[in-house]
Design a protein around this ligand. Sequence first.
Ligand SMILES: C[S@@+](CC[C@H](N)C(=O)[O-])C[C@H]1O[C@@H](n2cnc3c(N)ncnc32)[C@H](O)[C@@H]1O
Length: 409
Amino acid sequence: MQSLLILGRQPELGLAELESLYGYDKVNKVSDNVAIVDIDPCLLTFQRLGGSQKFAKLLTEINTINWSDIENFLIKTSPKHSEKNPPGKMTLGLSLYGFDIKPNQIYRSALSIKRAIVKTGRSVRLVPNKSADLNTAQVIYNKLTSNRSWEILIIKSDKKTYIAQTIMVQDIKGYSERDQARPYRDPKVGMLPPKLAQIMINLSVGKLDQTKLQSICQNEDTKLIPNFNQTILDPFCGTGVILQEASLMGYKFIGSDLNPKMVDYSRKNLEWLTRKNDLNIKIDKISVADATNNHWPRFDFIASETNLGKPLSSLPPKDILETMIQDLNQLINGFLINIAKQSSTNLRLCIGIPAWQINKNDFRCLPIIDHLENIGYNLIDFKHINNKQLIYYRPNQTVARQLIVIKRK
Ligand SMILES: C[S@@+](CC[C@H](N)C(=O)[O-])C[C@H]1O[C@@H](n2cnc3c(N)ncnc32)[C@H](O)[C@@H]1O
């Protein structure tokens, strides 16, 4: 069975993550923010995908993009499909992607589908649309992924329409706890959102070893964590978000930071995570070290958000910006040269470096990104996106994070 994913706010990050984990040929972008992945849904490990909001099973595709034809198709097929639900009242919601249809028209279509199901003797509650698609919070609040309910996703793609049913949505409560409820946070070092940490880890580890997931997949306990027996290094670990997410995904870690206070924060945050989730995490591998000259024990990948410079609410005068760019470029250059000296060919890295939004969607990037080859690295070539487009930002943010995905030559 194929899995369908609704990608997040910046679909290119979600696509890069999928391509990295499952390979280019398994990922098919069917609309601006929708991808179909040719992977058994059980092996997809949706919980680790920071760049996908909804995970659905593909039910069918129909050769039309005409809304009244689609509505008729759903009216005709829904009563039969509803027989698979356990007896009792069901909840129904519709989410449209790529169609220009107003919420009140969607509601009228949903009413017609409801009437067709009600004729089979089952009562149905409708979730009204405020926009074309229901958001994650609405899906959770209305329990639309329970076995009594459906969220039907209707996706327009060129000349055909995909129909899918949501199985899971992102655990927004879990992400917010891992972000906001950690005991030690520091806005001055920039707080990496856990979703972005997951994306960075996925970009650094590359293709997933599916055999490590088989036993988890067959187990009913959805909280089980696989053991990949691989170690991620974060040499600018700050408050430890990457270390935290790596542990929850089943990786060991080594973390270090120049600032002893940050090392202390990382340790304490990891202790908190261990207690809260009853995990068995080894916290002794976090130490004070300078990323430009330290030598670390063996590691398999690097996922790290380097120094981003001063937090800024607007662009500083030109000379100050130029000095910041020069200093940060030198730091990252020194770090990459140090890693190149102690790593073997093909080591994969995903590093988050600063970029400054000088105009809307127009970024000033660090010069290092054009000189990676000279210091021993190749940019990893993605087919679905341009590697240099991987910039995480919010519309009004001055300092963005550019994700560089590279391999040791
Ligand atoms: C943007 S923060 C990383 C934030 C981190 N991702 C988190 O989740 O909190 C960058 C970190 O780099 C550290 N740093 C700056 N220069 C460094 C160096 N030369 N070696 C190691 N760490 C350094 C800073 O102390 C800071 O904690």
